[in-house]
Design a protein around this ligand. Structure first.
Ligand SMILES: C[S@@+](CC[C@H](N)C(=O)[O-])C[C@H]1O[C@@H](n2cnc3c(N)ncnc32)[C@H](O)[C@@H]1O
Ligand SMILES: C[S@@+](CC[C@H](N)C(=O)[O-])C[C@H]1O[C@@H](n2cnc3c(N)ncnc32)[C@H](O)[C@@H]1O
Ligand code: SF4
Length: 430
């Protein structure tokens, strides 16, 4: 492994300037045609068609945020949502043109668009491709029609299969599918069968998400009322184990908790999140992490854009952006993010990568002396060696219980370190 390794080495050679000059870009399309029963992402059913206004504002905010950052090149773009396949292909083209006008949009930059596999979504794939999209991420969720209906999806499994086929024709080797497991009424056997059917048609990238029960969703109410039950933790753990095994047998390497790729088809965009790189978030509810220009310009900020599209539109029209919240990340907070994101990857965090963010305290100094970490190392869940820190195969499935141990140790060591904790904790609510 790994597809992105060369990239990472290059950034280490370039040192920390790479961390401020390069970024990925996330663009959020906040509208959906209907509400899936399990979803609490930031999405709205539009009352009227204001796609044109949304398109203008997304371009305007892209321009503003690029200007506010110190970024000179964009390494990947991700159009997510909501349902970005409801946007007109010309909107996608216009946003990409805005990026190219302001900064260097690298020739080989990965440009992903999330697609709901409806007939309308499928019919626009070619135009999206022409607009500059070179990777499609298709929300399959399930291949069983009764489950799709129950989940409130707006497509059938047949339409999903046809969309995969068309996307593969346009972007061979660059098509991903999202699938959810741990669904109501699902058994390990039916999941195994569904996954083997999916493997017959899918391309080189698969994202598997365990269905999480989110407050405020219809599914949450159904479960609370006792109308629906979800599989137990033991069953979902077995589903995850079985999926990892099956994917591995089919040549897919797991590179992150939920992501599997073969033929080096790892997502560059998502890898850049997990490697703690900068990203700019445009659109309602998008978040970003970047070092703004001016004011000394060394501290990374966590930014969140206004959630509600109508309010966001007004703000962008008035002042060029809809940033609702800016928090300067303290040294410890930045390291916490680097740790939490990095440990999701099978490659974990290598020593040089950690040093970029923590020049004073190496991985061994932070984690090497703790009794609790030692237990995880001896138990075979965690590995700390000449490469760096990472989870073992078994450990990755237990990440949620490993992370708290690592976070406590990180906090203890950083707060004890007289040199490392210089930054202030500042929050501006705009
Ligand atoms: C927020 S959706 C946006 C893309 C597109 N609208 C779609 O539905 O495919 C991105 C992915 O998040 C995942 N997702 C959404 N809600 C989830 C939940 N409650 N549990 C697990 N995964 C979820 C789904 O797999 C989905 O493909
Ligand atoms: C769950 S992931 C699915 C990625 C997909 N499996 C792939 O490999 O391309 C994508 C979703 O995460 C959310 N997301 C990703 N980056 C975001 C950001 N910077 N700000 C807000 N939401 C983000 C969006 O809802 C988006 O639809
Ligand atoms: S899962 Fe996708 S299509 Fe369904 S409501 Fe959420 S964002 Fe919209």
């Amino acid at each position: 492994f790994s597809g992105g390794q060369i990239d990472d080495d290059a950034s280490e050679r370039a040192g920390s300037s790479h961390l401020t000059e390069h970024a990925s870009l996330y663009v959020h399309w906040p509208y959906c045609l209907r509400r899936c029963s399990y979803c609490n992402f930031n999405k709205y059913i539009p009352r009227e068609n204001n796609n044109h206004i949304m398109a203008d504002c997304l371009q305007r905010e892209t321009e503003t945020l690029l200007q506010l950052s110190q970024v000179s090149s964009i390494t990947s773009v991700f159009f997510g949502g909501g349902t970005p396949s409801l946007a007109h292909p010309s909107t996608i083209a216009a946003i990409l043109e805005t990026v190219s006008r302001r900064v260097d949009l690298l020739d080989n930059a990965e440009v992903t668009l999330e697609v709901n596999p409806t007939p309308v979504g499928m019919s626009k794939l070619e135009d999206y491709h022409r607009a500059g999209v070179n990777r499609f991420s298709i929300g399959i969720q399930s291949l069983q029609d009764d489950d799709l209906t129950f989940l409130g999806r707006d497509h059938s499994s047949h339409q999903a299969l046809r969309t995969i086929e068309e996307a593969r024709r346009l972007c061979p080797g660059k098509v991903s599918v999202d699938v959810m497991f741990g669904r109501p009424r699902q058994s390990v056997e039916s999941w195994e069968y569904e996954l083997s059917e999916l493997l017959k048609v899918c391309d080189d990238h698969v994202s598997l998400y365990q269905l999480t029960l989110e407050r405020g969703t219809q599914l949450f109410k159904q479960v609370q009322r006792g109308e629906v039950t979800l599989p137990t933790d033991d069953v979902t753990a077995e589903m995850y184990r079985c999926a990892r095994r099956t994917l591995h047998q089919h040549g897919f390497l797991q590179y992150e908790v939920s992501n599997f790729a073969r033929h080096k088809a790892e997502s560059h965009h998502n890898m850049s999140y997990w490697r703690g790189r900068q990203y700019i978030g445009v659109g309602p509810g998008a978040h970003g992490r970047f070092v703004p220009v001016g004011e000394g310009g060394v501290i990374r900020e966590a930014r969140t854009q206004t959630l509600e599209p109508d309010v966001w539109i007004r703000e962008v029209q008035q002042r060029g952006h809809g940033t609702r919240r800016r928090i300067q990340l303290r040294h410890l907070e930045l390291l916490e993010e680097v740790l939490v994101m990095g440990m999701r990857m099978t490659e974990g965090i290598n020593h040089k990568h950690w040093e970029l963010f923590s020049p004073q305290l190496g991985l061994r100094e932070v984690f090497g002396t703790s009794v609790h970490v030692q237990e995880l190392l001896e138990g075979g869940q965690l590995i700390l060696d000449d490469r760096g820190l990472r989870c073992s195969w078994d450990g990755l499935a237990l990440l949620d219980s490993i992370l708290p141990v690592l976070l406590v140790e990180l906090e203890t060591q950083i707060l004890q370190d007289p040199s490392g904790n210089g930054h202030t904790d500042t929050e501006s609510v705009l």
